[in-house]
Design a protein around this ligand. Structure first.
Ligand code: AVI
Length: 322
């Protein structure tokens, strides 16, 4: 297995942390305060997200896995053989394992910024699937992907499970779809997990679990901000708020200030919070198969096939060039 560390990785470590700090300050000093959801995932946040995925109320993960297992044969025959399968934000490369046995791509390229973890998982996967050339790339999702010479002429299929697309605003989702269309080219495709619109009570429960793990996950972003900015926002002065906004078809997560208070952010700036003022932390957009395929058309992608569970909770959709 060959491994390629993103060539820009080392060079950008220092400027990257300045940019992240700047981004956080901008969000906390804005009139409508916000923190980008990417800041959820420090070590503890990632552990909490692992727990979220196993919660009884959080249906997306188990429903998507069940779909991949049940329909792996059909998915493989729709996609075809000998593809180069590319997975942006692959993390622990878990979900791909459910489709690799039937799909049998020539090459699998998982991409993630957590280099050590990615290489460890990719190595394990290589042992399990010795006939597939696994070529892990430690970089961000937008990085230009160097396809190994031997597979340059194979069709490319992007695999993007987890309904992570839901965490993008529609214009960002469209940008992702356009980027995928560009990488896939005329003969490739996109296999994507998309969470579906459903009864508000199911959605509200999925983001307000009884054990309070989602609340811890949301609040932990403030501890992460404290580490990154070296400041002391009092996490106890905030509470988790999550609800389905039916008008915009999205879950909204916020952190709501319990009282009026002030925090010192760095040497130069303080931030004031009014009582009940919110910091927006995440959107999780929910689609219908139709609404998502309409968005995809704008990226020149056409819906080839889709698979949904019996309760119509979640969908796996396959797109090719329009
Ligand atoms: C990562 N993403 C798809 C999750 C979601 O459902 O939007 C993040 C999450 N936030 C709270 N619970 C799960």
């Amino acid at each position: 297995m060959s491994q390629a560390i993103g060539s820009t990785a080392l060079k950008t470590v220092f400027d990257e942390s300045d940019l992240l700090k700047q981004e956080l300050l901008e969000g906390l000093l804005a009139d409508d305060k916000y923190i980008n959801p990417k800041f959820f995932y420090d070590e503890y946040g990632s552990q909490l997200f692992e727990k979220i995925m196993r919660l009884p109320e959080y249906y997306p993960t188990r429903t998507e896995i069940a779909l991949l297992i049940k329909y792996q044969g059909e998915i493989a025959s729709v996609i075809g053989k000998d593809k180069v399968l590319i997975e942006p934000g692959a993390g622990n490369c878990e979900k791909v394992q459910y489709i690799l046995p039937a799909l049998k791509p020539s090459c699998y390229i998982p991409i993630d910024i957590s280099a050590d973890f990615l290489f460890e998982c990719a190595n394990k996967l290589q042992t399990k699937f010795p006939d597939i050339d696994i070529h892990a790339v430690a970089d961000d999702m937008k990085a230009r992907i160097d396809i190994p010479e031997a597979f340059k002429n194979n069709d490319k299929v992007i695999f993007y499970p987890g309904s992570t697309i839901g965490n993008y605003k529609p214009d960002e989702a469209l940008e992702f779809l356009k980027h995928s269309r560009e990488v896939a080219g005329e003969d490739g495709g996109l296999l994507i997990g998309v969470d579906l619109q459903k009864d508000k009570t199911i959605l509200d429960a999925a983001y307000n679990d009884k054990q309070g793990i989602t609340a811890l996950f949301n609040l932990n972003v403030l501890s992460h901000v404290n580490k990154l900015l070296d400041c002391d926002i009092n996490v106890d002065l905030f509470e988790h708020v999550a609800f389905y906004n039916e008008k915009h078809c999205r879950i909204e997560m916020h952190l709501q200030s319990r009282t009026e208070h002030q925090c010192q952010l760095d040497n130069t700036c303080k931030v004031n919070f009014n009582e009940a003022e919110r910091i927006h932390t995440e959107y999780s957009y929910k689609y219908t198969v139709e609404s998502f395929s309409e968005l995809a058309i704008e990226a020149n992608l056409k819906l080839e096939n889709y698979w949904i569970d019996e309760e119509a909770l979640f969908s796996v959709q396959y797109y090719t060039a329009l």
